[in-house]
Design a protein around this ligand. Structure first.
Ligand SMILES: *[C@@H]1O[C@H](CO)[C@@H](O)[C@H](O)[C@H]1NC(C)=O
Ligand SMILES: *[C@@H]1O[C@H](CO)[C@@H](O)[C@H](O)[C@H]1NC(C)=O
Length: 192
């Protein structure tokens, strides 16, 4: 009997030591965090989609779609430090006049001192068909003078929730005088 009391006291102390975590677990049930059934959340089967369109970067003329927001702060031959904001049309064909699929909105920045390598940060904001209102987010390195540049798809919204994948960019035309460029984008994206 003499040994039972200390054990009881020990259990009570342990209970009070553990109880804050019990309260925390109860807190999860009140909406801060919980695990959901992905099927009930509409996530049935992940699929792979491929999109091809043309990205038009117009840096000159009356209506440029790319505007410099930071001039290169050094005399670097690669333009290191330069930043340009873009709202570039994405069209189904290589001509700017062909059907508009959406726009690439974001910026690119020269992030390399050794070669011409851009950091691309952009959302593809679609307006075409059922994709109207959905977006795909691309963030990656673009060595613009390489034939094929691959950049990751880091996410998306709407029909592209939980998106992951990659894009391949190939220069279609580049006007060395004006700097205007048309680039073919092939997008491979896993989404639900
Ligand atoms: C940049 O400027 C520095 C000092 O003014 C000079 O030494 C260097 O050669 C220049 N680099 C280029 C690429 O012009
Ligand atoms: C896309 O959706 C917006 C807003 O819902 C609508 O105003 C617009 O007409 C749609 N565009 C196309 C091409 O369907």
């Amino acid at each position: 009997m003499a040994t039972v009391l200390p054990i009881l006291a020990f259990q009570i102390i342990i209970f009070f030591l553990i109880s804050p975590s019990i309260i925390l677990v109860a807190g999860e049930d009140q909406g801060f965090a919980r695990t959901l059934d992905r099927k009930l959340h509409g996530l049935k089967k992940e699929k792979l989609s491929h999109f091809r369109f043309y990205w038009h970067d117009i840096v000159t003329g009356r209506n440029p779609t790319a505007v410099p927001i930071v001039r290169q702060p050094s005399n670097s031959s690669t333009g290191f430090g330069f930043v340009s904001m873009i709202d570039d049309p994405l069209t189904l064909g290589p001509k700017l006049s062909s059907k508009l699929a959406g726009r690439a909105q974001g910026f690119y920045a020269s992030a390399s001192q050794e070669d011409v390598g851009l950091l691309m940060v952009m959302n593809f904001a679609f307006i075409e068909g059922k994709y109207n209102g959905s977006t795909i987010t691309v963030l990656g390195r673009n060595e613009v003078f390489n034939t094929v540049r691959e950049m990751p798809v880091v996410g998306g919204s709407g029909l592209f929730r939980f998106a992951r994948g990659y894009v391949q960019a190939r220069t279609h035309t580049f006007d060395i005088k004006t700097g205007d460029a048309t680039v073919e984008y092939n997008v491979y994206v896993l989404h639900y």
